[in-house]
Design a protein around this ligand. Structure first.
Ligand SMILES: Nc1ncnc2c1ncn2[C@@H]1O[C@H](COP(=O)(O)OP(=O)(O)OP(=O)(O)O)[C@@H](O)[C@H]1O
Length: 572
C-alpha cells in the first residue's frame, strides 16, 4: 500500500509561489487501479512524480507499506525498485542509441543476468505488440507511436510492484490502447498496483477501481467510476468534463432516446445505444422526462459550477516588452563590449554591478539565469587552479619544493574569465527578454545597411538568433537527462544535474538530440515566417518609431560604454 499524508509540493523558485500540491491525503491499495483526473494544471503529473520519488515533497509523508519513500533526504533504497513511472511524453524518457540499450539502462539497477534482461525485453515488446526486431533499431528512427509503445515496454520490463502511468493514451494510436490496458490488467491481477493520470475517462473508467479528482493541487473527491457516472458533480466542479459516453447519452436524451441502465460506464455505452436505437425502431421505446439540468450546457459553464475556484491571473508581461528590439541589441552589444575590455578588479566590479542591475530591472528570476552558467563557473574554478599551479621539474630541489601556487596568475585568469561569465549572463538575459522573432527583427534593423554590400543579413540574423536560443534548449535537455537518471537509473541526483560517471552514456544521445532540436527549431522558425529573403515580416517592423524609453535606454548604453572605457583607461 502507498500511503500519502498531507503531501505538499512547491515549485522551484521564490518561496512566495503557491504550492502545486497542497495537503494531499490518499492511499493506494495493491491489486487496484487508481485513476487521477483533473483539468490541466491540477497537479496530476506532480502527484505521480511525488509518488515516484522524483519530486521531494516540501511537507507530509509518503510510505510504501512500512517503508518511508524518503530517508535522510534521499529516496529509500528499499522502495526505489518497487515503482516505475512512464512519463507524460514517454518518448522523452528514451535517450539511448538502440532500444536494447534502453532496456539495459532501465534494468541495470536490478542487477539481472543478460539472459533475463533479454527475456524481459522480449516480453515487454510482445506485451506492447511491437515486433521483436525493433530492439536493434535506433530510438531516433522509430515513429512517435512506436516510441510511445517502446517506452511502455521498457517500463513494463522493470516488473515493478507499482506502475505509475502519466497520460498513457495521449498521442497513441487506438490499436495500442488494448495492449496497454491488457498489460495494466495483468499487472493488477498479479497483485501489483497502478496509478494512472489521464484525461481519457472513456478508456480508463472501465478499468479503474477508484477515481481521485484533483483541483488546483487538492483532492476534491475520491469515488468509484460508477458513482461518478451517477453523480458527476465532482467532475463538473473540478472542470474535468464528462466522459464522451455521458455526453452522447445526454444528446440522445434530447432526441428522446433514453438508454437502459443509464448512467452507463463508457464500456457499456455502445451496447446500450445499439439496444435503445433498436427498440426505437421497433416502437417499443417510451421516453421519460430526464432531468437535463445537471448535464445542460449552462451547467457546464464554469460560473455555474458550485465550488468553482477563480482562474489564476495571467502572467505579468515582461518589463522590457515595449522596447524596440534594436534598442535591446544596442544595449546588449554596447554593455557587453564595455564589460569585455575590463581587465582590472574595479572595472570588473563595475561590470558585475551593471549586470546585477540589468537582472533586477528586467524582472527575470536570477535562478533561471544562474543555472545555465553553472558549468562555465566550474570550468572557471578549474582554470584558475591550473593557471596558478607552478611545477618545477628542474634538478636537485626536494619534491615538496617543486610545487607552488601563484595567486597573481590565478587571479588574472579569474578576472578574465569573470568578464566572460558576465558577458554570458548578459547574453542569457537578453535571450530571456527577447523572443526569437524580435531578436531577429532587431538585428536585421541594425545590419540592414550591409545589404548594400550583398551581405546575407537575413541568414546571419536567423542563425545568430538560433544560437542564442540554444542555451535554454541545452539546459532543458540536461534537465530531461537528469530526470531519466532519477526515474529510470534509480539514482539520487539533484534535479537538473548529471553525474560525471553518467556522462559517457548520455553525451552522444545529448548531441544527437540537440541536433534534432536544431533541425526542429530551424523548421519552426521558417514555418513562422522567418524566411531568409529580404523584405519579409521582420523588415516591416524595421520602421517602428522610437519611444522615449528607447531613447533613454540607448543613451544609457552609450554612457555605459564610455564609462567602461574611462574606467579601463584610468586603469582603476
Ligand atoms: N517545475 C515547476 N515549476 C513551477 N511550476 C510548476 C512546475 N511543475 C509544474 N508546475 C505547475 O504546477 C501545476 C501542476 O502541474 P502538473 O504538470 O502537475 O499538472 P497536470 O494536472 O499534470 O496537468 P496536465 O493535465 O496539463 O498534464 C501547473 O500549474 C504547473 O504550471
Amino acid at each position: 500500500m502507498i500511503l500519502a499524508e498531507q503531501i505538499i509540493v512547491r515549485p522551484e523558485g521564490p518561496e512566495t509561489n503557491a504550492a502545486i500540491l497542497d495537503g494531499i491525503d490518499c492511499r493506494f491499495e495493491p491489486g487496484t487501479v487508481t485513476l487521477l483526473v483533473g483539468r490541466t494544471g491540477s497537479g496530476k503529473t506532480t502527484l505521480l512524480h511525488a509518488l515516484a520519488g522524483i519530486v521531494p515533497p516540501a511537507g507530509g509523508s509518503l510510505r510504501y507499506g512500512t517503508e518511508p519513500l524518503w530517508k535522510n533526504g534521499r529516496m529509500n533504497d528499499a522502495v526505489k525498485h518497487k515503482v516505475s513511472l512512464a512519463f507524460q511524453y514517454p518518448e522523452r524518457q528514451l535517450f539511448a542509441e538502440t532500444l536494447r540499450k534502453e532496456f539495459r539502462y532501465s534494468l541495470r539497477p536490478f542487477r539481472l543476468s543478460k539472459d533475463e534482461i533479454e527475456r524481459r525485453a522480449a516480453t515487454g515488446l510482445e506485451q506492447m505488440k511491437l515486433p521483436a526486431s525493433l530492439i536493434e533499431r535506433s530510438v531516433l528512427t522509430l515513429s512517435e507511436g512506436q516510441k510511445r509503445r517502446a517506452a511502455f515496454a521498457v517500463t513494463l520490463a522493470e516488473q515493478p510492484e507499482w506502475l505509475l502511468l502519466d497520460e498513457p493514451t495521449a498521442g497513441i494510436d487506438p490499436s495500442a490502447v488494448p495492449p496497454l490496458l491488457n498489460a495494466v490488467k495483468e499487472h493488477v491481477r498479479r497483485g501489483g498496483g497502478a496509478v494512472i493520470a489521464s484525461h481519457d475517462l472513456d478508456t480508463f473508467f472501465p478499468v479503474a477501481d477508484r477515481v481521485i479528482v484533483l483541483y488546483e493541487g487538492r483532492i476534491v473527491a475520491v469515488r468509484r467510476p460508477d458513482e461518478l457516472m451517477s453523480d458527476p458533480q465532482p467532475l463538473l466542479q473540478a472542470r474535468v468534463g464528462l466522459p464522451a459516453s455521458s455526453r452522447i447519452e445526454r444528446e440522445l436524451r434530447k432526441l428522446g432516446v433514453c438508454l437502459r441502465g443509464a448512467p452507463l460506464l463508457p464500456g457499456d455505452a455502445a451496447e446500450a445505444i445499439h439496444l435503445a436505437l433498436l427498440e426505437r425502431q421497433q416502437g417499443a421505446f417510451v421516453p421519460d422526462a430526464p432531468d437535463m439540468e445537471l448535464y445542460s450546457a449552462a451547467a457546464l459553464e464554469p460560473e455555474n459550477l458550485s465550488g468553482a475556484v477563480p482562474q489564476q491571473d495571467a502572467p505579468t508581461p515582461a518589463r522590457l516588452a515595449g522596447l524596440n528590439p534594436l534598442t535591446k541589441w544596442w544595449f546588449y552589444l554596447l554593455a557587453s563590449t564595455g564589460m569585455l575590455i575590463q581587465s582590472h578588479v574595479i572595472g570588473l566590479a563595475a561590470a558585475a554591478a551593471v549586470a546585477f542591475a540589468c537582472v533586477r530591472l528586467s524582472g527575470v528570476h536570477a535562478r533561471t539565469l544562474i543555472k545555465p552558467l553553472k558549468p562555465f563557473a566550474m570550468f572557471m574554478l578549474l582554470s584558475c587552479f591550473l593557471s596558478g599551479l607552478q611545477l618545477n621539474f628542474g634538478g636537485g630541489s626536494p619534491l615538496w619544493q617543486r610545487y607552488g601556487f601563484s595567486w597573481a596568475d590565478s587571479s588574472r585568469t579569474l578576472v578574465q574569465l569573470t568578464v566572460l561569465l558576465l558577458v554570458m549572463l548578459m547574453g542569457i538575459l537578453f535571450a530571456k527578454v527577447t523572443g526569437p522573432r524580435e531578436m531577429r527583427t532587431g538585428m536585421e534593423q541594425g545590419l540592414s545597411r550591409l545589404r548594400r554590400f550583398r551581405v546575407p543579413v537575413g541568414a546571419v540574423t536567423l542563425y545568430t538568433a538560433l544560437l542564442l536560443r540554444f542555451i535554454p534548449l541545452l539546459h532543458r535537455e540536461i534537465e530531461r537527462m537528469s530526470l531519466i537518471i532519477r526515474a529510470r537509473g534509480k539514482v539520487h541526483v539533484k534535479p537538473g544535474s548529471i553525474r560525471l560517471r553518467d556522462m559517457p552514456a548520455f553525451m552522444i544521445p545529448l548531441l544527437l538530440s540537440m541536433m534534432k532540436h536544431a533541425e526542429e527549431l530551424a523548421m519552426v522558425l521558417e514555418a513562422r515566417g522567418y524566411r531568409l529573403q529580404a523584405g519579409n515580416a521582420g523588415s516591416a517592423e524595421a520602421s517602428a518609431p522610437l519611444t522615449s524609453a528607447d531613447r533613454k535606454v540607448r543613451f544609457a548604453a552609450v554612457a555605459l560604454l564610455l564609462l567602461f572605457i574611462l574606467i579601463d583607461l584610468l586603469q582603476l
